[in-house]
Design a protein around this ligand. Structure first.
Ligand code: ZN
Length: 242
């Protein structure tokens, strides 16, 4: 029986390492998404500044066209002024021309404002482009590192799993089934020592009879409370038992 216990202890050690590796691997994908997300967010910031700049530029062009068409309108009114002989009509045209000029002045003021905005956005866009580039490079490095960590974890895990298969092939079937059921239900602490007369898993105090049969190691002894597989080693303290 001691032999089975020893094998189960080695298996348990292997399973602990396997679980630890799986934990580490499970953390890789969220990390990857967080690095990628940061890079995507800075890139999106850059795109948004660029779009704003484009919008401002097309607004400014539109104003320029409006001003241009008003200038042409003035030319047409001026021509009409030359051609008319009626004072009243001449004055009306002069009024139209003034209105157009005022309109042009307003459009030019607005164009200047937009040009200032465009300059600000250009600076902002240059900064955002540098940030996006830095973040992208950083993320690329982090993602490469994650990929290589994932690769080595996977290799280590594959090695451990094949080692586990070798171990289990060599363990008594009933004991193994019991062990694996415990592993599923109770995690990685299922083959436990008896120290100071209590279960190393649930800490229940055992009757002497159980300690004796565990010491005799003739059969697989389990904790009557939690079902964990128990083992006893001479160096473990039995003195505390009443
Ligand atoms: Zn127990």
């Amino acid at each position: 029986m001691q032999q089975i216990i020893d094998k189960l202890l080695i298996l348990q050690d292997r399973d602990r390492r396997i679980m630890h590796l799986r934990d580490q691997m499970a953390r890789i994908e969220p990390e990857r998404q967080s690095f990628q997300g940061r890079a995507d967010a800075t890139q999106a910031g850059l795109e948004s500044v660029k779009n704003k700049a484009k919008h401002v530029e097309s607004e400014r062009k539109k104003l320029e066209l409006d001003a241009e068409s008003k200038k042409q309108q003035i030319e047409r009114y001026t021509l009409q002024q030359f051609q008319t002989k009626k004072n009243e009509e001449y004055r009306a045209l002069a009024h139209e021309i003034d209105t157009c000029k005022a309109g042009i002045a307003g459009l030019e003021d607005r164009q200047l404002e937009l040009m200032e905005q465009a300059e600000g956005l250009q600076r902002e866009s240059a900064t955002a482009a540098r940030q996006a580039e830095d973040t992208r490079k950083l993320a690329e490095g982090q993602l490469r590192e994650l990929a290589s960590r994932e690769q080595s974890l996977r290799e280590e895990l594959t090695g451990l799993e094949s080692n586990r298969n070798q171990l289990t092939a060599d363990i008594d079937e009933r004991a193994l089934r019991h062990y694996e059921r415990l592993l599923r239900n109770k995690g990685d602490n299922v083959v436990v020592g008896i120290e100071h007369g209590v279960c190393g898993g649930c800490h229940m105090r055992f009757p002497v009879q159980l300690l004796v049969s565990c010491q005799a190691a003739k059969e697989l002894v389990t904790c009557p409370n939690c079902g964990r597989i128990l083992y006893y080693k001479p160096e473990m303290d039995l003195a505390a038992v009443d």
